[in-house]
Design a protein around this ligand. Sequence first.
Ligand code: NAP
Length: 255
Amino acid sequence: MDLGIAGRHAIVCAASKGLGKACAVSLAREGVSLTILARTKADIEAAATEISAAYGVPVTAVAADVTTPEGRAAILAASPQADILVNNAGGPPRGDFRSFTAEQWMAAVNDNMIAAIELVRALVDGMIERRFGRIVNITSAAVRRPIADLSLSTAARLGLTGYAAGVARQVAQHNVTINNLLPGPFETDRFRGGVASRATASGITYDEQLARQRRAVPAQRVGDPAEFGDACAYLCSRQAGFMTGQNLLLDGGQF
Ligand code: NAP
């Protein structure tokens, strides 16, 4: 299916690897030019070179921290009029809810809620004027199925979910959509780090722990980031214009 977005421009946040990069790749394959960002300059530049070479679209790399006002200013300076915005950032740490300080709560809300809200605020009126906008927030399956040691993440992402639900209804009439993509387990560096620390905690090997986690998914496997990227590209498509304010869960049937 031709997604009808060739020639559009997208900002994809936190995109040097993992789910953000997979979204960038799927959009580039559809002919979308990109501004991609992550904090590590060498990594984001390497990703931009790789994606541009593979799909023949211009890809601008910005070394920036999306959770800071300065980082967001750098992104918006590179791409003031994006048609598509994919919000993403690293996730907050795991831990016991009793141990989290007020500072950690503020950081989680800043990183996984306010950063996305600020980019939406900066870009949405241009999308409305041009009568096309697609905003996708990468959140987490934990929004639907809270995970015991992820309360920082779940709470901050639920805040963003509530914001998106309200704003999506205010901008829908202008062909601007806002949807959330909720990853279950996808095999990225972050996921592999989680498998390794659980394996250590349980005194088993990495492969044994990975097999356990696969068995917990009805599909009997974890997700391929490319599957996530393609779902993101569909949400950004011309054809997805009637789908807004939704939470799309990709978790192999776990919830
Ligand atoms: P990942 O493989 O570790 O990749 C994270 C990417 O984000 C990297 O490119 C990293 O580059 C960039 N990044 C991190 N913090 C950033 C910041 N402050 N500003 C700009 N870029 C930043 O992680 P992932 O698995 O793709 O996860 C992406 C998001 O999905 C996270 O919020 C995670 O919690 C959530 N999630 C993932 C899964 C899963 O199974 N993978 C499940 C549920 C939720 P730099 O470090 O160079 O900045």
